[in-house]
Design a protein around this ligand. Sequence first.
Ligand SMILES: Nc1ncnc2c1ncn2[C@@H]1O[C@H](COP(=O)(O)OP(=O)(O)OP(=O)(O)O)[C@@H](O)[C@H]1O
Ligand SMILES: [Mg+2]
Length: 434
Amino acid sequence: MSAPTAAVAAADSAAASGAEAPPVFSVDGLWKVFGPRADRVPADPALASLDAAELRARTGCTAAVRDVSFDVRKGEVFVVMGLSGSGKSTLVRCLTRLIEPTAGRIVIDGEDVRAMDKARLRELRRHRAAMVFQHFGLLPHRTVLDNVAYGLEIQGMGRAARREKAAEVVAKVGLAGMEHRRPAQLSGGQRQRVGLARALAVDPEVLLFDEPFSALDPLIRRDMQDEVARLHREEGRTMVFITHDLQEALRLGDRIALMRDGRVVQLGTPEEIVGAPADDYVRAFVQDVPREQVLTVRTAMRPASPAERTATGPTVAPGTTVSEAIETVAAAGAPARVLDEGECVGVVDAETLLHVVAGHPTPSDAADRSVAEPGTGGPVDGAAGRPADSGGGAGASTTADGSAVAGSAKAGTSASADEAGEAPAGPAASEESV
Ligand SMILES: Nc1ncnc2c1ncn2[C@@H]1O[C@H](COP(=O)(O)OP(=O)(O)OP(=O)(O)O)[C@@H](O)[C@H]1O
Ligand SMILES: [Mg+2]
């Protein structure tokens, strides 16, 4: 494994500091409506504002993706999460037009995806944005090596070169020694590693994952998450990762877009989503998350007094989690100063930290809320995402309904709509077997 390049390190630090790296994908006002005369729905504000049941009753249409906007920045893991049927698969398939969008704009590296002709689209899917599917999509009669080499084969690479490249990627995902097995001779986790290797082999600019690990048992799933995290860390590859598992989203995501009924109801870092949920729906979703493991002292700290600013004693970095800071403060028996590049930016003491654990609002939480109120910023990425209140009536039906569905998300099944998501998606569906 090569060391991270300077560019990757720069992208990482940009993501970590919240600075904007250039977008790989830029999505603006995207709609996907299934059903008769679908394009009238986004075009007509009276139809566009109907909820799912009314829209179906009036038009026979389902709006799977509704007016979604976001950027995927270079080098980030952008997670799309939401319950079964919320529109995740449709959204990610629209990015490379495996599903044709109904309205809106999709741009990759400055190029309009909706304007691409067939050849350009094929190039996009084969070289630039490779997809890893839940059900692996392996060719059963081919060996591991030939499955991995398949994407290179259809790119036209010669046999020796592609087998050499495939062997390298097979080793990278931990399958060295299994090159000559067939998929039936592998475990589920190993099969998904082959799926991952096949996507990596074409060295795509962005990897798209549609619930790749949801068929795996929890331990293997965790292994695969570590694998993805490692690939991201070591190669700085841009990833769009779909999941309905909150823990997975929090572990992997630099930013998370939370979908409900086709809309993005909140877009933010894990810390923003857990620390400042945009509405009751999101709050119900994240209510069981151990806050101290996600929130950092940047959120928990209080302002330092002039005396504290120059005091000695324990210090923590702004990105330290609350749970780590508790250990520091408890061991020292004194408050800790939060140092950002040598400058004291705040203080955490036992009281401020325990407030976070108890789920009380934090000082910066309260500050966020006051700027979030006009619906233009706050916990949602105002520049790239929708405003916090863009879910329309999302807050209205909330708590009871929201907590009930949040419970079912934990159960981790996604039966019927999952089938719909994996169903062939028009003429481009053959790409799925690639
Ligand atoms: N080809 C289709 N025709 C009609 N409706 C569809 C089609 N594909 C998806 N839908 C509907 O669009 C909505 C979003 O589906 P999608 O598969 O994107 O959800 P999802 O969030 O990926 O769900 P899951 O977690 O179960 O995979 C659902 O209501 C689904 O029934
Ligand atoms: Mg899906």
